[in-house]
Design a protein around this ligand. Structure first.
Ligand code: FMN
Length: 331
């Protein structure tokens, strides 16, 4: 009724504009809050486990960023009791003490508290929570100072040669890739950047020929699937994103992860071809059910991969001129 009235007063065009402004404002507030603020005014008391998990990860990341830039004012004003309280709430909700969010939170909060004076009650509150629940303190948290020479140590190689020698491979040797290699590849890909370091990625694989055949059957591009003998399903878990990020971040994060996977597969001397499954593809839900993938995950893509044949037939896939992509704003 009210909506109809507003529409008739403003007209269709202005109503849509109003909706867009409302959405942009909500997103801006949400991202501003998630970027820095450990909000003590937002009522998060009825958050679900997933929502609290996301909020905590975003806040913890904000804390690490504040430590990176040495934002002392911010660091001393943080509501540490709230962050520690969130660990307790997650534990009460049944999250195990060795869960990543819990262990990482404890490490980051401990590190941040070490940089500020005072806050004695929060310091002892954290330490007693750690010992009471046996929270493993084996994760790194806070900041580290790395000599630039150490960062540059691995950059002395022919990167252009490496990236330009990767080609999408669509026909492989009939061989299944062992799980140790897959773990190695995924471990590499997890070093990709992700929004607030939430790493919302999952890679589903099998070593069983029949299950692999079912994965290959699910690849949308059946035109080329005949040459595949092994295939991964790569998903992005929206449960690790806040509401305003969903619809964007899963594909941005998922795409970056897929790119790193392709690079690592190449570095392992194997070939790969990324195949996309569109969000609106009705098979998303069917494939998720078939392989026991959570509702909150979206399939970002498949990666067919495997050993190279002696001669690899590739599409030329000519690249555009660099100046079609790199536009200098000064010219
Ligand atoms: C998001 C994405 C989706 C893709 N989907 C398919 C696909 O369905 N089938 C296919 O044969 N190749 C697919 N590819 C591979 C591209 O065709 C290939 O990367 C492009 O032609 C460049 O060639 P190159 O990878 O050999 O350099 C996809 C690549 C990306 C990044």
């Amino acid at each position: 009724m009210i909506k109809k009235l507003i529409k008739s007063l403003l007209g269709e065009k202005n109503t849509n504009r109003l909706h867009r402004i409302k959405f942009s404002l909500a997103s801006a507030i949400d991202s501003a809050r998630s970027a820095w603020h450990i909000s003590d005014s937002a009522d998060d008391s009825d958050f679900t486990k997933d929502q609290l998990n996301v909020a905590q990860l975003i806040n913890i990341h904000g804390l690490e960023k504040a430590m990176v830039i040495g934002h002392e004012k911010y660091l001393s004003s943080v509501k540490y009791d709230k962050l520690i309280g969130n660990i307790s709430r997650l534990l009460q909700m049944g999250v195990p003490p060795d869960d990543f969010t819990i262990a990482e939170s404890a490490a980051v909060i401990r590190s941040a508290l070490n940089t500020v004076s005072g806050h004695d009650s929060e310091k002892s509150q954290l330490e007693s929570l750690i010992s009471q629940h046996n929270i493993p303190m084996n994760l790194r948290g806070g900041v580290e100072v790395i000599p630039s020479a150490e960062i540059l140590r691995h950059t002395n190689f022919d990167f252009h040669g490496f990236v330009s020698s990767r080609h999408s491979v669509r026909k492989f040797r009939d061989k299944i890739i062992p799980r140790e290699v897959i773990y190695d590849i995924v471990r590499d890909a997890l070093y990709c950047p992700s929004a607030c370091n939430r790493q919302p990625f999952k890679v589903y694989f099998s070593e069983d020929k029949e299950t692999i055949a079912r994965i290959i059957c699910a690849v949308p591009d059946q035109f080329i699937a005949g040459g595949f003998h092994d295939c991964l399903i790569v998903t992005c878990d929206c449960a690790l994103l806040s509401q305003s990020e969903t619809d964007d971040q899963e594909y941005i994060n998922g795409g970056i992860f897929l790119g790193y996977m392709a690079m690592s597969i190449h570095a392992h001397g194997l070939g790969a071809c990324i195949c996309q499954l569109l969000r609106k593809d009705r098979r998303q839900e069917k494939i998720k059910r078939e392989f026991g993938i959570k509702d909150s995950e979206i399939i970002a893509g498949f990666i067919a991969f495997g050993e190279l044949e002696d001669d690899v037939v590739c599409a030329c896939a000519q690249r555009r001129n660099v100046k079609d992509a790199a536009i200098c704003l000064d010219d």
